[in-house]
Design a protein around this ligand. Structure first.
Ligand code: ADP
Ligand code: AMP
Length: 233
């Protein structure tokens, strides 16, 4: 049982929310695992990258601001992503908890998230970091294909769809993400090491970090993550 009863005020015992972060380099498997873990734990999986891509597709003002950064593999400004994610994580379906995938990605974002949770009388359960060497990141991102309809992720070699280039769920033709080109993959990795890797120390210092080996088949990584989530509750 991952959830636990937690005393908030003397005499008041409530079920703790399950507020989890999924961190790690681009291509580490956050989306693949976030979907599975969300289903297993019964909390929504919320990907900041997916939210941004939807905003861009919808042609919203926020999407227009973000497009410039995502296309080049740069981080969108903190104030843009903090506003977007804070609203999403406070939504009704996340009242019992959430799995935030790809957020926070900078220390200021982590501080904004902690403040937002504090205002709700909540605190993070754990920060799960999926570790993967850069060489494997490049291989995974170069072979990634995505369904533009349902967002399901495949890999040409490791997780191919049943019918070539077609989504198993809805039969729609798979696409390659614009930012999965070789040059942009290199830029995203550099940005990860510079801006996001410091979060490993940040959460370690707060006793929240759970590191998980991201190598091996998805089902093996899923078992490791589930065990790490349980140990973080
Ligand atoms: P992220 O969300 O961290 O960017 P994804 O979940 O989109 O990463 O995974 C990146 C690519 O690697 C996808 O093509 C996915 O199918 C593939 N992948 C994910 N997990 C594994 C794994 N354990 N072994 C091999 N390939 C994987
Ligand atoms: P992802 O789908 O997680 O690989 O994210 C795709 C892109 O969205 C990133 O390369 C960034 O440009 C942007 N992005 C996603 N999450 C964040 C974040 N927390 N902070 C800043 N930019 C982000």
């Amino acid at each position: 049982m991952v959830e636990e009863a937690r005393a908030r005020r003397p005499g008041q015992v409530v079920m703790a929310e399950l507020d989890l972060l999924l961190m790690g380099p681009p291509g580490a498997g956050k989306g693949t695992q976030g979907r599975l873990l969300g289903e297993a734990l019964g909390v929504p999986w919320v990907s900041s990258g997916d939210l941004l891509r939807h905003a861009i597709e919808d042609g919203s003002a926020l999407g227009d601001q973000a497009r410039h950064f995502t296309a080049r593999g740069e981080l969108v400004p903190d104030r843009v992503i903090v506003g977007l994610m804070s609203g999403r994580l406070e939504a009704r379906d996340a009242r019992g908890g959430f799995i935030a995938d790809g957020y926070p990605r900078t220390v200021p974002q982590a501080e904004a998230l902690a403040a937002a949770l504090d205002a709700l009388g909540r605190r993070l359960t754990a920060a799960l970091a999926i570790l993967l060497p850069d060489g494997e990141v490049v291989d995974r991102l170069a072979g990634r294909r995505t369904c533009p309809e349902c967002g399901r992720v495949y890999h040409l070699k490791h997780e191919p769809p049943a019918r070539a280039q077609l989504c198993d769920v809805d039969g729609v033709g798979l696409i390659q993400r614009e930012d999965d080109s070789p040059a942009t993959i290199r830029r995203r990795l550099a940005v990860y090491h510079q801006d996001s890797e410091p979060l490993i120390a940040h959460y370690s210092e707060r006793g929240l970090l759970r590191e998980v080996d991201g190598t091996g088949p998805p089902e093996v990584v899923a078992e490791r993550l589930h065990a790490a989530a349980a140990s973080g509750a």
